[in-house]
Ligand binder design. Structure first.
Ligand SMILES: [Fe+2]
Ligand SMILES: [Fe+2]
Length: 406
């Protein structure tokens, strides 16, 4: 079936231009062009659209209003907003309803890639109900105390970029959202940012303040929702996995850029657990209970209860938010790296090993002792088994340092 795409712009010349530019895609895309939000909603009511690409500034109903309505009524649709650089104020308002931003004038290549990537993500997650839930998420829940700390810091007369960035870095939900924004096409930052302090500095304190204090891009995690799930241990695991991944990448002579990517993917690798715990607490409790009583791996319990794992869920949301491919793929395959076609050391390999090492903790057993959750057949295939003693040492060392900090 063709991908159904709805384009909305009140400038008919732009619509005509898009129509002409995208004509070669007609074999795979069925495109509808409308010049106002009301007509767009009328079209949405007639048939399901996979993707909506809307202009930001329109008469009568703005792009933000339109996407807000679509998010509520048709959450499964991928929502992309097109805007000019001068529309910064407006774009900030759209961060809760748009999945991705493209800047005008729109480059056909970027538009095609963005749409195709978003559509391809559906292969990761075939469960329609889950897809609807995840597509409707504007933010990821944060640890309440860290959320309050960021708000308090932003309200200080002498607010420090570094402290705000560091506090955000301690939280998974806030990290994911701030990195999504800073790396979106809208801000036009040429290189990829994977450090939260740098992100705050690029966005500027005023923008960060507006996003957090008035627009409310972050939300607090409600602990009562789930009996067994605890956000803090997940967070500690995520941050430590990121740190181990980065150290491994540095020792393996990765470029700074790739080492930063390994770090970011390490921090975000289990983001799907947070998504599941926040959105389906009862089923998530059942997963944790099953894993405990039947002594089966967590991912197996997820498969049994939901028919999908946190790897796919996390990768789906991060892909929808426009995170880089490497990050999305690393998240998707961190428990099954063999399924990803690669024949050399990549961030996925590093995160897979770092995750296992973090779970293993600082047990100083001999480096020859196999570590559960690490796929040694995969390391063999890549000819990397001999690197394990060094990686093991890094893991033990960083796990010990983590212990001292606590
Ligand atoms: Fe995981
Ligand atoms: Fe993990």
């Amino acid at each position: 079936m063709k991908t159904q795409i709805l384009f909305v712009d009140d400038d008919t010349l732009i619509l005509q231009g898009l129509n002409r530019m995208l004509r070669p895609m007609r074999d795979t895309w069925e495109m509808t062009f409308v010049d106002n939000g009301f007509e767009a909603l009328a079209q949405m009511a007639k048939k399901p659209f996979d993707v909506v690409v809307s202009d930001m500034r329109m008469q009568e109903m703005s792009g933000v209003e339109l996407l807000d309505k679509i998010k509520k009524e048709y959450p499964q649709a991928v929502r992309i907003i097109l805007s000019g650089q001068s529309e910064k104020e407006d774009i900030l308002k759209s961060v809760k309803s748009a999945h991705q931003y493209l800047s005008k004038p729109c480059d056909p290549g970027a538009l095609k890639t963005t749409i195709n990537r978003a559509v391809a993500l559906r292969d990761l997650l075939r469960n329609g109900r889950l897809r609807r839930i995840i597509s409707g998420m504007g933010s990821l829940p944060s640890i309440p105390s860290l959320y309050i700390e960021v708000v308090e810091q932003l309200n200080l007369p002498e607010c420090s970029i570094r402290r705000v960035g560091e506090t955000i870095a301690n939280d998974l939900g806030m990290t994911a959202k701030i990195l999504q924004l800073v790396n979106s096409a809208f801000f036009g930052i040429p290189r990829h940012v994977s450090d939260t302090t740098q992100a705050v500095s690029f966005l500027g304190l005023d923008t960060v303040k507006a996003l957090i204090l008035s627009i409310g891009i972050f939300s607090k995690f409600e602990q009562s929702a789930s009996f067994h799930f605890e956000i803090e241990p997940l967070l500690r695991h995520s941050i430590k996995t990121g740190a181990i991944a980065k150290e491994m990448a540095i020792k393996e002579n990765f470029s700074k850029h790739l080492a930063d990517e390994a770090f970011m993917a390490g921090v975000l690798h289990d983001v799907g657990k947070l998504v599941l715990a926040a959105n389906m607490p009862e089923q998530y409790d059942e997963i944790l209970e099953r894993a405990g009583t039947q002594k089966i791996p967590h991912v197996e319990a997820e498969q049994q209860v939901l028919g999908v794992t946190h790897s796919a869920v996390g990768a789906y949301l991060m892909g929808l938010w426009g995170m880089p491919n490497t990050t999305v793929e690393t998240i998707a395959f961190h428990h099954s790296p063999m399924d990803y076609p690669a024949d050399s050391l990549i961030p996925l390999t590093i995160v897979h090993v770092a995750d296992g090492l973090e779970h293993y903790g600082n047990q100083s057993a001999s480096p020859e002792t196999p570590i559960p959750n690490i796929d040694y057949r995969y390391l063999d295939k890549l000819g990397l088994t001999e690197r394990m003693p060094l990686w093991h040492k890094i893991g033990v060392q960083l796990n010990l340092e983590g212990k001292n900090d606590e």
